[in-house]
Design a protein around this ligand. Structure first.
Ligand code: GTP
Length: 229
């Protein structure tokens, strides 16, 4: 499906798919990535529907859901959130859908070390395929398991924080099961995206309508941008 996710050039949309009109100011495409089983689908379901799925099946390729929320600064945002399959076999399909994502949630399971060890690979994939100004949040999920028994923890909070700081990501430890910090992870990310993108005042496009430069106050902040879908 072709999506218009270029919120920079469009404003004040009206959603015609839900029976009544809701106006929103910005449309942001967010992508959720991370190893299989870390809880991506569960986090999305908890955020969008308020429901923790009882026995989610592994995601096949990619699915998305939308939600309109009001952020503190920036008005109404329509978040189009894409849940990807963590399984390696779907990677070539899912990375294709990273295009034009302006935000990414990279999820690991704090009770599973390997999922944390793979975070940098996920980040690299995202940076290579998403919008060049893509803002990321690092999310360590399943904190409820650690609260039950601290021995389950395989990744310390400090390690998560340090990695997030190094790569300029927001950081949260969440539980999709207990609804811990789930809203904060999504909505702080949306707020940060708004703040960062507000700084962009000039967009230069090539003859094929691809964004090639983003400028703020006359300075190029991202150049030779290659957005190819
Ligand atoms: P893929 O679709 O294969 O990429 O997996 P996923 O990352 O979407 O994980 P999913 O949401 O399917 O969850 C995998 C398993 O972890 C399921 O059994 C969930 O019930 C469980 N799970 C997800 N989030 C949490 C959480 O916060 N706490 C606990 N205890 N279990 C969770």
């Amino acid at each position: 499906m072709t999506m218009n996710t270029d919120e920079i050039v469009a404003n004040n949309f009206t959603d015609e798919n839900i029976g009544y009109e809701i106006r929103y100011d910005h449309l942001y495409k967010i992508i959720i990535i991370g190893d299989s089983g870390v809880g991506k689908t569960s986090l999305l379901s908890k955020y969008i529907k308020g429901v923790f799925p009882s026995s989610p099946l592994p995601t096949i390729a990619i699915e998305f859901a939308t939600k309109i929320i009001q952020i503190k600064e920036g008005g109404f945002i329509k978040a189009q959130i894409w849940d990807t399959a963590g399984q390696e076999k779907y990677k070539s399909i899912t990375s294709h859908h990273y295009r034009k994502a302006v935000g990414g949630l990279i999820v690991y399971d704090i009770t599973k070390r390997t999922s944390f060890d793979n975070v940098l690979q996920w980040l690299s994939d995202l940076k290579n395929n998403a919008d060049k100004g893509c803002i990321c949040a690092l999310v360590g999920n399943k904190i409820d398991l650690v609260e039950k028994n601290h021995r389950f923890r395989e990744v310390s909070e400090d390690e998560g924080k340090l990695l997030a700081k190094k790569y300029e990501m927001l950081f949260y430890e969440t539980s999709a099961l207990n609804n811990q910090s789930v809203n904060d992870a999504f909505e702080d990310l949306l707020q940060k995206i708004y703040i960062e993108r507000r700084k962009i005042t000039i967009i230069e496009k090539d003859k094929n309508n691809n964004v090639i430069n983003l400028k703020t106050k006359g300075n190029i902040i991202k150049n030779n941008i290659n957005i190819c879908c």
